[in-house]
Design a protein around this ligand. Structure first.
Ligand SMILES: Nc1nc2c(c(=O)[nH]1)N[C@H]1C(S)=C(S)[C@@H](COP(=O)(O)O)O[C@H]1N2
Ligand SMILES: [Mo]
Length: 214
């Protein structure tokens, strides 16, 4: 899928030229804990208050929109894709951070290779079983630490944390990481999600402290 990679690099260069590329990566090297954050050992639960019970039988994941090959995956089909392990930090806008979380799941890159975004695809909107939505740019989703995760610290991700499968985008505040995800919509235009329409920052880079919209 080098075609997709080339397109991605081209769009990243365009964003950089426009001054829109994340500068978080540079700050991250010098400062692991983003400004205004404090470390926690446990993993707090934050959501809209509805925690849908998605049994393995009820689980599905649609990836569609501006893609060549839309898919509708059952849990066993998702689990049959390439599985990866990763370790990353989480940063929540409510000011807690948790280091060194061990994850297992399917990388965003594996999913993008499968669906093949069309030319012009530039944004991603996540939809969840509780009605939650959140949006990121396609280059933010296509980062090498982004996964659909099903395992945390060797255990299945609990219902309260979005199990059986949630999104994980470690370089953005955690509201961008949709729990109970059921649809990944690839789009040409940006469309703000739930919190992005309710006062949170569209970009959500913790190292730039992009907590709220201006
Ligand atoms: N489906 C769904 N995903 C969601 C939310 C939600 O309400 N519904 N809340 C978001 C917010 S605001 C945060 S801070 C994180 C919290 O994840 P956690 O409860 O696993 O810590 O989930 C995000 N993903
Ligand atoms: Mo949040």
């Amino acid at each position: 899928m080098s075609g997709f990679k080339d397109k991605l690099i081209a769009s990243k260069q365009a964003w950089a030229a426009a001054g829109r590329l994340l500068t978080g990566k540079t700050a991250e090297h010098s400062e692991r804990l983003p400004p205004g954050q404090r470390l926690v050992k446990d993993w707090p639960v934050l959501d809209l208050g509805v925690q849908p019970d998605i049994t393995p039988q009820k689980f599905f994941l649609d990836i569609n929109g501006a893609v060549e090959n839309p898919v509708h995956l059952k849990l066993e089909e998702l689990m049959a894709l390439k599985q990866d392990e990763s370790v990353s930090d989480m940063h929540c806008v409510t000011a807690w951070s948790r280091y060194d979380n061990k994850w297992k799941g399917v990388s965003a890159y594996t999913l993008l290779e499968l669906v093949r975004p069309l030319p012009g695809a530039a944004h991603v909107i996540f939809h969840s079983h509780d009605g939650y939505t959140t949006n990121v740019r396609l280059d933010q989703f296509a980062d090498d630490d982004v996964y659909l995760v099903h395992t945390w610290e060797g255990e299945p991700i609990s219902r309260q944390h979005g199990g059986p499968v949630r999104v994980l985008i470690p370089k953005l505040y955690l509201w961008k990481s949709a729990k109970w995800v059921n649809r990944i919509e690839i789009t040409t235009n940006d469309r703000p999600g739930f919190w992005e329409r309710n006062g949170y920052n569209n970009n959500a880079d913790p190292w730039l402290e992009e907590r709220y919209s201006a």
